[in-house]
Ligand binder design. Structure first.
Ligand code: NI
Length: 167
């Protein structure tokens, strides 16, 4: 297992669009373990492959209180949505930044599991928010993209400054 380096906004690689995974093999399963370990080590509740510079459609989430319910989704697609929820989100790629984002309150996701079998997952509340946030990453969308240009640039400048001062 390995902890993978996480890209930080405004790294242009966060804008890359992930491609679907054609075969779920041992290489993918090893990657899934590593990205899950990276998420837990970083105290996150979700992580997308894009954030560790792997541009394939895989996300992990764990929104359980004790972080003991890991869920892995390969090629996730939102196939149904209902209602609206506003939630203050954070992101491992956008440190020290919380942004209120409006998303669907309930969703159904179709994906493949680590055995390559089709799964359906219905989620609401925090889990629905987390899934939408991570699926956005696979499309090259970071939550600050929902902010106005001015606010987004402010976040970008702040993070570049932080990165420079930590070198
Ligand atoms: Ni994120």
């Amino acid at each position: 297992m390995a902890i993978l380096p996480i890209l930080t906004y405004p790294d242009p690689r966060l804008k890359k669009i992930a491609t679907p995974i054609v075969v779920v093999n041992d290489e993918i399963r090893t990657f899934a373990k590593n990205i899950a370990e990276t998420m837990y080590a970083s105290k996150g509740i979700g992580l997308a492959a894009t954030q560790v510079n792997v541009h394939q459609q895989l996300i992990v989430i764990d929104v359980s209180p004790n972080q003991e319910q890991l869920q892995t989704f390969i090629n996730p697609q939102i196939i149904a949505r209902k209602g609206e929820i506003e939630f203050e989100e954070g992101c491992l790629s956008v440190p020290e930044t919380l942004v209120k984002v409006v998303r669907s309150a309930e969703i159904t996701v179709e994906a493949l599991n680590l055995e390559g079998k089709k799964i359906l997952r219905s989620a609401e509340g925090l889990e629905a928010v987390c899934l939408q946030h991570e699926i956005d990453h696979l499309k090259g969308i970071v939550f600050v993209d929902y902010l106005s240009r001015l606010k987004r640039e402010r976040v970008g400048k702040k993070l570049l400054k932080m990165q420079k001062s930590s070198l």
